[in-house]
Design a protein around this ligand. Sequence first.
Ligand SMILES: [Zn+2]
Length: 148
Amino acid sequence: MSRDSTVSSLSMVKCQCGIVAKIFTAFTPTNAGRRFYKCANPNGYKCSYWKWVDDPLHPRVENLIHNLKKENDYLHRENKSLETKMADLEKYLASEIEEKCERLNEEVVIDNEDVVIDKFKTKVDQIWIVIVMLWCCFAAFITFWVMK
Ligand SMILES: [Zn+2]
């Protein structure tokens, strides 16, 4: 059962409480789609007023409405389920992307450290070449001076 919000001109029927009765729609298999009046007071304060708005529908129409309602309910549940799965998937992807970005940043930092270390090694090698060349010059000078 659900409240029918589309009907307004029919809803001037009053219940035993003296207030305008609400119109609902039945979705039971035998009366699917058939509207009825019921007391508009909240539960616990309702009177027992109850009356059909519509004449009985053709069984085929009742069956069609009942099946369409079932299918609609199923699709609503399926939609909710898919929305939940999609939200979970979005959360998972966001965390994966964040993790990958952090890893990439760490690798860039490591790469930068490697570049600094390589440059330092090159400088050390150049200094050694200069030292060896100076040593050779010194040795040649000493040898030349001793031979003299
Ligand atoms: Zn009432």
